[in-house]
Design a protein. Structure first.
Length: 95
């Protein structure tokens, strides 16, 4: 039987941001000092998952990014707070 206390999270942040415009895709654009990807990471690593009224931290987080932001994604877990992987997304939404 699988360990029922393990939770994995995938943060999808591989968009190019063409419709948003600018030199940085919207998921990496600071908003109030942090990008949406950073806010997502922090919310999960600070126990934002709730199960039966208890805050939980995932045992693994995957971050899907485009090739240009691999280093940014690795930097999210610089402190090694949780097991993580950086996954390079496809060239289109269907890949």
């Amino acid at each position: 039987m699988a360990n029922q206390s393990s939770i994995g999270v995938i943060i999808v942040a591989a968009g190019s941001g063409k419709r948003f415009g600018g030199d940085v895709p919207k998921q990496w654009k600071p908003l109030g000092g942090l990008s949406p990807v950073e806010r997502s990471w922090l919310s999960f690593t600070r126990g934002a998952l709730v199960k039966l009224g208890q805050f939980r931290t995932p045992s693994w987080i995957g971050v899907v990014v485009d090739e240009a932001h691999v280093a940014d994604a690795h930097a999210l877990n610089e402190a090694k707070t949780v097991a993580s992987d950086v996954i390079i997304g496809g060239a289109t939404r269907r890949q």
